[in-house]
Structure formats: C-alpha cells, structure tokens
Write a protein that binds this ligand. Structure first.
Ligand code: NDP
Length: 244
C-alpha cells in the first residue's frame, strides 16, 4: 500500500550510491521521483523498477549536470508544468590528485560537475518553486569541504562552494517557505569509495566503519519532510564522527 502522495522529488545522481538510496527512501515516504543521472541507463532502470514496486512513479532522465543547456532542456519545461516539492542535488564526481600534480582537466571536471551542477539545477528549478511558496532543497557536500583532504583540493573546493552557495540561497528563499540544507557525508560505501584502502581509512573513523548510502538517505529524507521544518541553512554531518 503506497503512502500518501507528497509530490515530486527530483534526485540527481539517482542511479547509484547515495542518490539511489535517497530516491528509494523518498519514494517510500510518498514522493514520486524524477530520477536524474548521467549515462548508466541499466542502473537507473533498476532503481525505477524498485520505486514502481513501492507504488510510486519514477521518471528517468539522463543528462550531464555540468552542461547548463542540457539541464535546461531536460528540466525547464517539466518544472514549469509541475514544480517539484523536493530537490536533492547529489550528482558528483571526484578526481583525486595532489595539487602539485593536478591536471587542469581534473580541477575543471570536478568543479563543473559538483559546483556548476548545483547552479545549473537550482537556477532551473527555483523560479517555479518560489511561485509555489513551498519546497525543500538538499545538497550533498562532503566532510572534505569542512576539514580539507590531501589529494582533494578540487573536490573540497567544489563542495565548500556548495555549502556557501546553499547558505546564501537559504537567506534568499527562506521567506518563501523553501528550506535549503546541506548533508555532508564522511566515507560512505559506494562506487566512489571502492578503491580506498579500507582498513587504513576505517581506522580514522571514530565509529570504525564506512557509512551506508541508506544512512545518508535517511537524513536527506528527514530534511525533505513537511513536518514543521525549522532547519534551514544548515550543514548536517553524516560521518561517523570523522569531523566533529
Ligand atoms: P557514485 O559514484 O556512486 O554515483 C554518482 C552518481 O552521480 C551516479 O548516479 C552518476 O550517474 C551521477 N553523475 C556523475 N556525474 C554526473 C554528471 N556529470 N551528470 C549527471 N549525473 C552524474 O557516488 P556516491 O553515491 O558515492 O556520491 C553521491 C554524492 O555524494 C556525490 O556528490 C559525492 O561527491 C558525495 N559524497 C560521497 C561520499 C562517499 O564516501 N561516497 C562522501 C561524501 C560526499 P551515472 O550512474 O549515470 O554515472
């Protein structure tokens, strides 16, 4: 029996990892899902059928979040017709390298995807959301933005940019009943962290384990809840104590 319809949640990077878990969790909470991803059609199709089994609808849309025109052409018309209630800006990549060896392309790719992606999506959805005078925007940053991380100057810069941009946006749209918050995960078990030296990294985490995508999804879902939300402009760490 599906729970009551809470409107649409747009989730970027919804085909895998944290985005996948968030899409499924939000569908369980009663949202219909717009599942945005880049190119992994098979993974997106799996998420779609899991969501449909929950009794909710799921529309898949493949585009590159770093491409302003592609974002506009995938979303602008849709959003004008049916503004989403919740927008989860989660798509992201890492291209780790020490700054001294970092290639311009590694810097640019990460900034374009992780930070320009934030602008491209919010700039496209905001006007319609403002007209509704309700909504939730949750972005996914990273503990690396808060503490710094050797080998991740590009990634930390992009994610710190998301935090600054989200706080600014929160000041712009709070009056219109749109809550803007950031979830900042630590080390989460997904494709992105598959190559990390597991034991070495685990020993640095006070909870002595990687987090799961579902644990991050639970916080995203909470921040998208309609109940008396007075959490606004905040950065919520989900990091097992890695940063305190
Ligand atoms: P994954 O690598 O598992 O999944 C990445 C997702 O983003 C996929 O759905 C992918 O689509 C999509 N994506 C990648 N590039 C683009 C693009 N240019 N345009 C559109 N979609 C794109 O990542 P995680 O689930 O681990 O990470 C999700 C978010 O959480 C990221 O922003 C990441 O930086 C952040 N994060 C992750 C942490 C971790 O430990 N895993 C820690 C802290 C933050 P497709 O499947 O089509 O490739």
């Amino acid at each position: 029996m599906p729970s009551s319809n809470r409107g649409i949640a747009l989730v970027t990077g919804g085909s895998r990892g944290i985005g996948r878990a968030a899409a499924i969790r939000l569908a369980t909470s009663g949202f219909d899902i717009w599942l945005a991803y880049h190119s992994n059609h098979a993974a997106a199709a799996e998420v779609k059928s899991e969501i449909e089994e929950l009794g909710r609808s799921c529309e898949c849309m493949a585009f590159d979040v770093s491409d302003y025109d592609a974002v506009k052409s995938a979303l602008a018309e849709r959003v004008e017709k049916t503004p989403p209630y919740a927008v989860v800006i989660n798509a992201g990549i890492a291209r780790d390298n020490l700054l001294v060896w970092m290639q311009k392309e590694e810097w640019d790719q990460v900034l374009r995807t992780d930070l320009d992606g934030f602008f491209n999506i919010t700039n496209t959805v905001l006007f319609s959301m403002l007209a509704q005078r309700r909504g939730r925007i949750v972005s996914v940053a990273s503990v690396s933005a808060q503490t710094g991380q050797a080998g991740q100057a590009n990634y930390a810069a992009a994610k710190a940019g998301i935090i600054g941009a989200s706080k600014s946006l929160a000041r712009e749209v709070g009056k219109r009943n749109i809550c803007v918050n950031v979830v900042s995960p630590g080390v989460i078990d997904t494709d992105m962290t598959a190559e990390l030296p597991r034991e070495e990294v685990t020993s640095l985490i006070p909870m002595n384990r990687f987090g799961s995508a579902r644990e991050v999804a639970a916080v995203i879902d909470f921040l998208c809840s309609e109940e008396h939300m007075y959490i606004h402009g905040q950065v919520i760490g989900v990091n097992g104590g890695l940063a305190m």
